[in-house]
Design a protein around this ligand. Sequence first.
Ligand SMILES: [Zn+2]
Length: 265
Amino acid sequence: MRKAPVPVLMYHALLDAQGACPGADPHYAVAPGTLGRHLELLAGEGMRASSVRDLLEAGDAGGRVGFTFDDGHESNAAAAQAIIAAGGTADLFVNPSLVGAPRYLDWSALADLARAGISIQSHGHTHRYFDELSEAEIGEELARSKAAIEDRIGRPVTVFAPPGGRLTPRVAPVAQRLGYRAICSSRAGLWRADASAWDIPRLAVLASTGEAQFRRWIAMDRWEMARIGMRHRALAAAKALLGNRGYERLRAGLLAAGPRRGRAS
Ligand SMILES: [Zn+2]
């Protein structure tokens, strides 16, 4: 069991050379140079990127920061290569029904990354929000995605990240029964050493995430964690009040930038 708390980061896509990211939400995308700078900052602190899969197996997470990518956007291949080159690993959470679709990585690219040490895990089979599904549908999403990824990649799928971070207490028992070991949510905070692996918090790296903030995250600054925890609880309350669709409309209205896919994170 891990002895130290660990920050787990949640990325989505990288921007291309034109500063765009077709097929992904720009609000959740970072420049390749920004990811490179994050890896430099880690190395400067004697730390390295690690997949949650590997953190689960490590006796001690000391000196590691969890790196995860949701959705399987095509730009995740370049991101994963940069992480491998820096001596790290990461988890890519993918939806088998979207693998190989335009702007998404295909099975061959995912298999290449898996051979290089990247962990390929489940983001559900489709990208439906789990808080809108019946227990039978939850089971089907978890079982189908696990089977499809294991079949194509040839490695166990043990970690799940719910689309949109929509996690309900019904999900963990079903996931556990199907052979999963952990769930990475979008709850903001650190993964404490004594905490359950069924709701691992993640820190969302956004286009707006500055370097000073990133430094505070990897330093596990307690005031920063208190601040983002409070912000997350306020957003969760807004979601509960407005429902998923009302919340998406509010968020789209507030951001009012770029094409909306309505399916971020
Ligand atoms: Zn997603």
